[in-house]
Write a protein that binds this ligand. Structure first.
Ligand code: NI
Length: 201
C-alpha cells in the first residue's frame, strides 16, 4: 500500500526541523527531537467495550501513539508487531519502564473499526495495546491534532471495498502528553527499544 508524505505533514516536519535546529544551538542539550512540536492534544474516544478513553487517562505515562486501520494489508500489522515485540522486550529487561508505557492504536477507518473489531485486532499484537475509535468527526479531529493524514481509496471503481492511505507515524509522548520523538516502528523491535530508552526514563 502506498503511504505517502502528504502536504499536510509539511508543517510537522518543519516544526521538527526547527526543534532540531534549536537543540543544535544549545551545546550539550539533549532535548527530545519533538520538544515543542505542536503535535497531540486532548481527545475523548471509544475504547474497548465502548468506554470513553481520554488523553488525561494516561497522565504520568509515556505513550506510543500509532494511527492506522485493521484492514491495512501490510504496513500497520508490521509496525504494530514491532511495537508489541518492543513492549515484550522492555517488560522483560526493564519492567519499571515498561509499566510506564502505554501503546495506543487510533484508527483512521472508524466506519469498519468498531470498538469490538479494534479490541480483537490489538490483542493479537500485545495485551496492553489499546485500540481507540470514534465517530468520523472525532477521528478527523484527533488526526488533525496529531498531524496525521488519511484518504479512502476505492479498490475497484463502483465497488464497496476500500483501502485507507495514511501517514506512517509512531510518536512517543511524555507523561503530560507532550511529543518527544518519532519512533522507527518500521525498522523492528531493537531500534524501537533503543529510541524509547533514550527519551523515556
Ligand atoms: Ni496502514
Amino acid at each position: 500500500m502506498n503511504e505517502t508524505t502528504p502536504k499536510r505533514l509539511i508543517p510537522l516536519l518543519l516544526s521538527l526541523l526547527l526543534a532540531a535546529l534549536a537543540a543544535a544551538c544549545s551545546p550539550g542539550a539533549a532535548d527530545p527531537p519533538m520538544k515543542g512540536a505542536r503535535v497531540g492534544g486532548p481527545f475523548a474516544l471509544a475504547g474497548p467495550d465502548g468506554r470513553v478513553v481520554r488523553d488525561t487517562d494516561f497522565a504520568g505515562k509515556y505513550r506510543i501513539v500509532y494511527f492506522g486501520y485493521t484492514h491495512c494489508p501490510d504496513v500497520c500489522p508490521n509496525d504494530l508487531a514491532n511495537i508489541g515485540q518492543a513492549m515484550r522486550r522492555l517488560e522483560k529487561e526493564t519492567p519499571a519502564l515498561a509499566a510506564r508505557l502505554q501503546p495506543i492504536f487510533i484508527t483512521v477507518d472508524p466506519e469498519r473499526d468498531t470498538p469490538a473489531v479494534m479490541k480483537d485486532y490489538t490483542s493479537a499484537f500485545h495485551p496492553k495495546l489499546l485500540g481507540l475509535t470514534g465517530t468520523p468527526q472525532q477521528i478527523a479531529a484527533v488526526s488533525k491534532e496529531f498531524a496525521v493524514w488519511s484518504s479512502k481509496q476505492k479498490l475497484q471503481p463502483g465497488g464497496e471495498g476500500y483501502a485507507v492511505d495514511h501517514s506512517r507515524l509512531t510518536i512517543l509522548m511524555g507523561p503530560k502528553g507532550e511529543p518527544l520523538a518519532l519512533l522507527p516502528a518500521e525498522q523492528g523491535a531493537e531500534p524501537l527499544v533503543a529510541e524509547i530508552r533514550k527519551w523515556a526514563k
